[in-house]
Design a protein around this ligand. Structure first.
Ligand code: TA6
Length: 296
């Protein structure tokens, strides 16, 4: 585990396991790189990403808390991804992981100023772990530490940007026949069709009550990303496609072809914590060789 300076002098931590690695900025508690043991980058970060506050880094794994999306009185996706986190020195009440995994524990607590935007106190612990096989695990523990007895309610997402060779040759398996809210049709509820999802245009869907395992198959790379999740019932699938890509200043016009967001999330049924209560949400990512051929 190395602590060093990244772009714009922002502090970052690098986790290494044999030849695989992961990188997380204290800015946003934001994973910006996950490389397999061939040194291949598995996450997408835009070439036009801003690595300086207050703009969130475009790509990697933004942490959306205490709000996912634009519904609510906070800015889109909340503020956790715009704050500077710190490294937790005294290990939190995490069960000790076996020693052959590299990990770092980050923590975010509100400042007096933050309490003006969202009048609650909390402890948000984020453990990033790189397993011996190069799997990447993010575990969030959020505790309500309000002294005034007030509960709070939040929604959440790991807004993961996967790097893909060609979006038109990507399939997502595991969400067949699942209901979703379509952000492109006033969040109306539909049911997904019966076979793997493919991409021919902009997609922005919140799948609700989804299975714990979702697969993203990249034809050209003969690679499958497997996303496993716990405590995160929903999954958001997003690709901006060409028009929306052009409308984002921190996103290259053609970059939509090489990324897909599949986001383990809590959206449909927000979480409410009373003081002293803690919520845990975990996602585990792996990248495995796959013999998938598109159109199969
Ligand atoms: O996760 C999908 C989404 O909610 C899209 O609607 C789009 O807004 C995307 O997030 C990116 O949001 P951001 O605030 O990071 O630009």
């Amino acid at each position: 585990v190395e602590f060093c300076k990244g772009i714009n002098g922002l502090d970052k931590v690098i986790l290494r396991e044999v030849r695989s690695s992961a990188e997380v900025y204290l800015y946003g508690g934001h994973v910006t790189s996950w490389k397999n043991d061939h040194g291949e980058e598995l996450l997408f970060v835009s070439s036009k990403a801003q690595f300086k506050p207050p703009k969130a880094i475009r790509g990697g794994i933004p942490i959306c808390f205490p709000q996912f999306g634009g519904q609510g009185n906070l800015e889109q996706h909340g503020f956790a991804r715009n704050k500077i986190w710190s490294v937790e020195t005294d290990p939190p009440p995490f069960p000790t992981v076996n020693s052959n995994k590299a990990f770092v524990d980050l923590i975010l607590k509100p400042s007096e100023d933050d309490m003006k935007t969202w009048p609650h106190s909390y402890e948000f612990r984020l453990r990033i772990t790189l397993g011996p096989g190069g799997d990447l695990m993010l575990t969030s523990r959020i505790r309500n530490t309000n002294a005034d007895g007030k509960p709070f309610t939040f929604t959440f997402a790991y807004h993961t940007y996967f790097s893909v060779s060609d979006i038109s040759e990507v399939r997502v398996e595991g969400l067949e026949t699942i209901d979703y809210l379509d952000n492109l049709q006033n969040r109306e509820r539909f049911t997904e069709q019966g076979d793997a999802i493919t991409f021919e245009g902009e997609v922005d869907k919140v799948y609700v009550s989804t299975p714990t395992k979702i697969a993203i198959l990249d034809h050209e790379k003969k690679r499958t990303f497997v996303l496993r999740k716990d405590g995160l019932p929903d999954a958001v699938v997003w690709n901006p496609w060409d028009k929306k890509a052009k409308a984002m200043a921190d996103f290259g016009d053609d970059e939509y072809k090489h990324m897909l967001c599949v986001e383990a999330a809590v959206v449909e049924k927000p979480i409410t914590l009373k003081p002293g209560e803690e919520w845990k949400g975990r996602q585990e990512l792996s990248a495995v060789p796959s013999s998938y051929c598109s159109g199969q």
